[in-house]
Design a protein around this ligand. Structure first.
Ligand code: PEP
Length: 252
């Protein structure tokens, strides 16, 4: 099954509204005409509305980096799916390792956020990945299986068909150490097999699994050549318009 590549940028806690507008002024020209791929940028909350406005009339899509599962309420500092929709978002990152590590995100809360995003019509980009300690203890597949089952195992096959998965080995995020295409390809193949076991062959063949962890213009092509790698979730290299445009144009 042909799967359209997705190149998504996670800006983390970088860029003001003004810097966001400047980025898109440049970036949208650099990727004009890059067909056959989806482009998603995930700025911090305060810049979402400006980002949506800046990409109006292009095919670039905007995502958030987190959401709460309740529609509204006394949850200081949180934002809901409906609020993200109101800012023009189509996507939302869920369960990023920084959320798991610093903000107590668990597979159970990932599952709730995924449900809330899907109910609102947002596309969740669900992150999974092992730490260095876990990889060195040969526990990568156990960890991926647990995160997959805990965060996604409750979905129907139809709902599973609407999500994106990001395999992000924690030791590769922001460290400059990319997983080799072989390592990443093996993890993606494992996740696809897990999807087949849980949701059936058709759902597994259709789900897009992005790789994240120090993706740069000079290593994206090798990663994208792997059968099971359907795109990238890019942190640092998505902050610069030229470098993210080069990643988006990985095959040219
Ligand atoms: C990320 O934040 O999801 C990420 C992969 O970061 P980086 O590309 O900087 O490693």
């Amino acid at each position: 099954m042909a799967r359209t590549p997705v190149l998504a940028g996670n800006w983390k806690m970088f860029k003001t509204v003004q810097q966001t507008v400047q980025f898109f002024d440049e970036f949208k020209h650099l990727v004009a005409g890059a067909a056959g791929r989806e482009i998603v940028l995930c700025p911090p909350f305060p810049a979402l509305a400006a980002a949506s406005e800046a990409v109006r009339g292009t095919s670039i899509q905007i995502g958030a980096q987190n959401l709460h599962w309740e529609a509204e309420g006394a949850f200081t500092g949180e934002v809901s799916a409906g609020m993200l929709l109101g800012c023009g978002c189509s996507h939302v990152i869920i369960g990023h390792s920084e959320r798991r590590q610093y903000f107590g995100e668990t597979d159970a809360t990932v599952a709730k956020r995924v449900d809330a995003a899907l109910a609102a019509g947002l596309t969740p980009i669900v992150c999974v990945g092992e730490t260095l300690e876990e990889r060195e203890a040969s526990r990568t597949e156990d960890v991926l299986a647990t995160q997959f089952s805990g965060g996604l195992g409750h979905l129907s096959s139809e709902s599973f068909g609407k999500i994106l998965i990001a395999y992000e080995p924690v030791w590769a995020i922001g460290t400059g150490k990319t997983a080799t295409p072989e390592m990443a390809g093996d993890a993606h193949a494992f996740l696809r097999a897990k999807a087949a076991e849980t949701f059936g062959a058709e759902a597994a063949a259709g789900v897009r699994i992005l790789y994240g962890g120090s993706v740069k213009p000079n290593n994206v092509k090798g990663l994208m050549e792997r059968e099971d790698i359907d795109g990238g979730l890019v942190g640092g290299a998505s902050l610069d318009p030229e470098s993210f445009a080069a990643i988006v144009r990985f095959d040219s």
